[in-house]
Design a protein around this ligand. Structure first.
Ligand code: VGL
Ligand code: ZN
Length: 195
């Protein structure tokens, strides 16, 4: 489903910015075109923080010997090793001073997490703040954005995906398009705000 954002944002809305980290933009696992979405992601961050609404930043935050790395039998090049440049947020990403939370995922060696809800306190933090609707942007459409949206839907949040502010890996051609179609089938609404 494709919707037009003709509604007002309020205190039960939160923005979730997924994995806007160096490795996924210009590091070891670069997502083609990821640089182009930074300004759109920033537009949403400003929109939410100007209204004093919460912004949640997820980050892939892996130990050196993480199971998802090729050298350990996984499918990905080494990426987002905690406390390295690759795991840091891109320098152009706007980080609000208030009402912002960083959610680290995939932090233990034997466990991977594509969803920002997996093995984290994200749900509790949203619940504590009375959040009912989440707006999701970032990378990658076909992995962490997809799974974060699925997690949100399953937990009962009304979920929106911000179409001008996501980018996919597309290891297989069309994977991002397929991911979005799958999300729409779950009731996620794709939209763009012209803020
Ligand atoms: C991701 C591949 C491996 C993502 C994380 O953030 O979408 N992709 N780890
Ligand atoms: Zn990862």
């Amino acid at each position: 489903m494709l919707g037009k954002a003709e509604f007002t944002l309020g205190y039960s809305d939160a923005l979730i910015v997924v994995d806007m980290q160096n490795d996924f933009i210009s590091g070891t696992l670069p997502v083609k075109g990821a640089e182009e979405i930074i300004e759109h992601v920033n537009k949403y961050i400003r929109l939410f923080s100007q209204k004093e609404l919460c912004v949640f930043f997820t980050r892939d935050w892996h130990p050196e010997d993480h199971l998802s790395f090729k050298e350990n039998g996984g499918i990905w090049p080494k990426h987002c090793v905690m406390n390295t440049w690759g795991a840091s947020f891109h320098k152009d990403l706007v980080l609000p001073e208030d009402n912002m939370f960083i959610i680290s995922k995939g932090t233990s060696k034997d466990f991977d997490a594509y969803s920002g809800f997996q093995g984290t306190k994200l749900n509790e933090l949203l619940k504590e703040r009375g959040i009912k609707r989440v707006f999701v942007c970032g990378i990658a459409t076909d992995y962490c954005v997809k799974h974060t949206c699925i997690g949100a839907v399953n937990l009962g949040y009304q979920t929106f995906v911000l179409l001008d502010a996501v980018k996919g890996v597309d290891l297989e051609k069309g994977a991002s398009k397929k991911a979005l179609e799958y999300l729409y089938s779950l009731g996620v609404i794709g939209l763009i705000f012209d803020a």
